[in-house]
Design a protein around this ligand. Structure first.
Ligand SMILES: [Zn+2]
Length: 570
């Protein structure tokens, strides 16, 4: 049940233009917030907070519903709904076509290999324990990360946080924290500082892009045994099992069964020092609790929000995403994790109130993408079309087709498939003096013969070949960056997913252009912002320019979103 009556508000573009044209001096509030707190919940589909609200407490999501401004129809408009793409879009207010983060991995045409979005060999990780965990079985993107260093330099446009730093001549303090490097680094922009959790080290780490050596408080925090409270313990249900929507469905065959962790409650983390201890923490509410602990230490030690110059803190909570991959978004684990997250949010808001004051803080909460359901779960409910997808088989079909066509004599035309793109081998194309666009069109036609493929869209697709599926193709085009995107974008049918990551089978995977992956919640909460629900369609690209407009500073350099009028009204 919505707690608010829906208020229909009229968009007032003329007033809005005047407001922006007036510039920072005239537009800036007399007292800007002391802290802008940008919260991201990884993979929080737009309907999920409402779905489980009846079991939640008072201070977390319910507080946002009661006091905040809720946009209940926010959709990304890019195709590859992966983590870095969404986080970069939240940070920059624009699409991957412009911010350049087209996927968690892409084929780098200069280095001629797959690269990971925030890897950068020029900036090594600080500390001897902080090697990138290449053996991670949960996080396949880390396994292709050949360079251990990290930086935001692959981000091609400025972030709200960058603009805040520029507006106040670097006096604004800018920080970002997450379990995932790709959940922290884009939000800190080029000018801020990012910290993320190393599963290998069991510590929050950073790179020498940001610091020459760790601040003392970070060393102290890491040395203080922050994980020991979970050692030998288990993830337990927060409430009586019968009170959950999925209370009778704990053991479902499509859930991933990690040895020791298992498919049913309670889930044991093992002991500090065990090989998978830190990984299992991140597959549970503990990952978010550790993130909050670290963020609190950051707020205290960096003295965020203590003076008139606005500071910025981004916190991205990753557990929801890991839990849905392993158990599915309609699972007892996902449901309980959200209740724990709700408590973590309540704890965060209460801490902010004590240290900075909620009246001095502008809060925005959203997600980097939504989340699909596991196909066997959908099958169980009657959808017989949902299924897992074997992309290797499709690539073989394409290769067989090429072997029978005009390019039969040319070996190695098909380069890499890196979701969602097929990259043709540029060297082979050059050697054979072939037209890339013509080959890509042939490949796309062959891809579309694979059952389960909805559309294969070529990079050179132009206005003289009108879109067959305008919504989907717009999302594909918003994902297209000439330097990084592949030659053919493969979009599978709705509720059809690849779930095999180099042999690790998971329950479900986001990354599609369909609404279950593009639909996210947006909440704003701050002094002077009237609460309520807005059902008008908006995009998460609107968030960064809204923050800029609210603070009376320049919008990010590539932002395509519109400042939300409800956020600007006092
Ligand atoms: Zn994500």
């Amino acid at each position: 049940m919505p707690l608010f009556t829906v208020k229909m508000r009229k968009f007032t573009p003329i007033l809005c233009l005047i407001w922006i044209a007036a510039g920072p001096t005239a537009a800036a509030p007399e007292q800007p917030p002391r802290l802008v707190l940008q919260i991201t919940v990884d993979a929080l589909r737009g309907d999920l907070p409402q779905r489980h609200l009846h079991n939640m407490g008072k201070g977390g999501f319910r507080f946002l519903f009661d006091k905040g401004l809720h946009y209940s129809n926010a959709q990304y408009e890019h195709g590859n709904t992966e983590t870095i793409v969404g986080h970069a879009s939240l940070a920059t207010g624009t699409t991957p076509a412009l911010h350049g983060m087209v996927g968690n991995i892409w084929f780098d045409k200069d280095e001629k290999r797959l690269i990971y979005n925030v890897e950068d060999s020029r900036y090594h990780l600080l500390g001897s324990n902080a090697d990138v965990d290449k053996s991670s079985e949960i996080d396949p993107t880390q396994r292709v990360a050949l360079a251990d260093g990290r930086s935001p330099r692959a981000l091609l446009t400025s972030t709200f946080s960058d603009e805040l730093a520029y507006a106040y001549n670097s006096e604004a303090k800018i920080f970002a924290v997450s379990v995932k490097d790709r959940g922290a680094i884009p939000l800190a922009g080029q000018t801020g500082k990012a910290f993320w959790f190393s599963k290998a080290a069991g510590e929050f780490i950073t790179s020498n892009y940001y610091y020459d050596s760790y601040p003392q408080w970070v060393l102290d925090w890491n040395n203080n045994g922050p994980l020991s409270r979970f050692s030998g313990k288990e993830w337990e249900l927060m409430k009586p099992q019968q009170s959950y929507m999925f209370g009778t469905d704990d053991d479902q065959p499509w859930e991933t069964d990690f040895p020791g962790f298992g498919r049913t409650f309670p889930h044991a983390w093992g002991n500090l020092g065990d090989k998978y201890f830190t990984t299992l923490l991140t597959l549970s509410p503990a990952g978010d609790q550790i993130t909050l602990d670290f963020a609190k230490a950051l707020i205290e030690n960096e003295q965020l929000g203590q003076d008139a110059v606005p500071d910025y803190l981004s916190i991205s909570f990753s557990s929801n995403d890991y839990v849905l991959h392993v158990f599915g978004s309609s699972s007892l684990e996902a449901e309980d994790n959200l209740l724990h997250l709700d408590k973590t949010l309540a704890d965060l808001f209460s801490y902010i109130d004590k240290t900075v004051g909620l009246e001095h803080t502008l809060i925005v909460l959203s997600a980097d993408h939504g989340s699909p359901d596991a196909p066997p779960y959908l099958n169980k409910l009657g959808d017989k079309n949902a299924h897992y997808y074997d992309m290797d088989a499709c690539m073989q079909t394409v290769q067989d087709g090429l072997d029978q066509g005009p390019y039969a004599d040319i070996e190695g035309l098909l380069g890499q498939f890196a979701h969602p793109y097929i990259y043709l081998d540029q060297a082979v194309l050059y050697e054979a003096d072939l037209d890339t666009a013509a080959v890509a069109a042939s490949v796309a036609q062959l891809v579309e013969q694979c059952p389960g493929v909805n559309a294969a869209v070529t990079a050179r697709h132009t206005s003289d070949s009108p879109a067959r599926n305008p919504v989907l193709e717009k999302r594909v085009w918003n994902n297209y960056n000439a330097r990084r995107s592949g030659d053919v974008y493969v979009a599978l049918d709705s509720n059809v997913y690849v779930n095999d990551f180099d042999g690790l089978i998971v329950a479900t995977t986001h990354g599609s252009p369909w609404n279950y992956d593009t639909f996210v919640p947006i909440f704003f909460l701050g002094k002077g912002i009237e609460g309520g629900e807005v059902s008008r369609r908006v995009t998460p690209y609107d968030i960064a320019p809204s923050l800029s407009a609210r603070l009376g500073i320049r919008p990010p350099s590539g932002s395509v979103g519109n400042p939300l009028t409800e956020v600007l009204e006092d």
